[in-house]
Design a protein around this ligand. Structure first.
Ligand SMILES: *Cc1c(COP(=O)(O)O)cnc(C)c1O
Length: 354
């Protein structure tokens, strides 16, 4: 049985928009896309008179190498946000199907479901064990409703907690023919643990999300990858926007991926800074709790989250108030910045909580 038996049936017969750039690549005389023949006026804008390749081969191959997957299993979108949206639209029938999330977690899963008219079912993380994912309860929840997408965010935003690969595999094994397992690895570089991509060989219904927004410092370029079985990639390509990737963003991605060793060094430095900030927060008696994190942020608990957030903002330090998230009462999330920024944050938080 193909994994596409889980997709919205009405999409399987849908004919994809066939763009001029898809039908034919590049030639000497390009008169097939109603583009302007003239080059843009500024020299750093060369080539922008042409529509971009919808799924540029070279970028897909570069990402496939970085993420350890065959190029046939890579889709590039405008951030992983777009991949989340496309998966939701491809698999969830409005008013009928559901997605399963484990709060406190990334908000976009529920937003994309809401836009599509899919129900959001929650199976919360276990708060008293540093937000572990209870796989048995997650499986039971997925099987008890018409769930099509089960999200596993590892490391999880905003708790920073990891889900072991063995747990992800157990979840996938239990959901064959029932639901996709979507593993969001937006922060995996900072954890230094193994990706779930190799599981796709055995579980065609497992997808992995990666992004250049965090470890590759390219949030402004909006580039993320969906790594999935060829059938899923084919379906997503059928419903994607005609030209999702702006040429300057694709160029920026190539530049970032060309200096992987430099990025790796920065990731190591950020992880070290995270551990330093963690230690400093833990030793602050005004802070009730700091959750251990494998990502590039830390979530901690104070008595008056709104008050501390406001005081920091007044001192020019912006952090994220996550106190309204499930089981994160008094929670604040701080992103690990430069050593100087982190020092400034620590000084401000020291003044705010004492
Ligand atoms: C930041 C983040 C992403 C990445 O989103 P992009 O659209 O690629 O910028 C994905 N998932 C989680 C959990 C995130 O925190």
């Amino acid at each position: 049985m193909s994994v596409l038996s889980l997709a919205r049936p009405e999409l399987l017969g849908l004919k994809a928009y066939s763009s001029a750039r898809m039908e034919a690549g590049r030639a000497m005389v390009m008169l097939n896309a109603n583009e302007a023949p003239a080059l843009p006026f500024a020299s750093d804008m060369l080539g922008l008179n042409r529509y971009p390749d919808p799924q540029p081969r070279a970028l897909i191959e570069a990402l496939a190498t970085v993420y350890g997957a065959p190029a046939t299993r890579v889709f590039v979108g405008r951030g992983s946000d777009e991949a989340i949206d496309l998966l939701t639209r491809a698999f969830c029938r409005a008013g009928q199907d559901a997605v399963l999330v484990s709060p406190p977690t990334f908000g976009m899963y529920a937003v994309a479901a809401g836009v599509q008219g899919a129900r959001v079912i929650s199976e919360p993380l276990v708060a008293d064990t540093d937000f572990r994912l209870d796989i048995d309860r997650l499986i039971a929840a997925a099987l008890a409703a018409p769930v099509k997408l089960v999200y596993v965010c590892t490391p999880n935003n905003p708790t920073g907690s990891l889900v072991p690969l063995a747990d992800i595999e157990r979840l996938a094994a239990a959901l064959v023919g029932r639901a996709l397992v979507v593993v969001d690895e937006a922060y995996l570089e900072y954890a230094g643990t193994e990706s779930a991509v190799d599981l796709i060989d055995r579980y065609a219904h497992l997808c992995v999300l990666r992004t250049l927004s965090k470890a590759y410092a390219l949030a402004g370029a909006r580039l993320g990858a969906l790594i999935a079985h060829e059938d899923i990639i084919g379906l997503v390509r059928r419903i994607m926007a005609p030209y999702p990737l702006p040429t300057p963003c694709v160029d920026a991605a190539h530049k970032a991926l060309a200096v992987r060793a430099e990025h790796q060094a920065r990731i190591v430095a950020t992880s070290r800074e995270r551990d330093r900030v963690y230690a400093a927060l833990v030793s602050n008696p005004g802070i009730r709790r700091v959750w251990p994190s494998r990502a590039n942020f830390l979530t901690f608990q104070v008595g008056d989250a709104k008050g501390v957030w406001t005081e920091l903002a007044e001192q020019g330090v912006l952090i994220r108030d996550v106190s309204h998230y499930l089981k994160l009462d008094g929670g604040l999330r701080v992103t690990i910045g430069s050593p100087q920024e982190n020092d400034q944050f620590l000084a401000s938080v020291g003044r705010a909580v004492c």
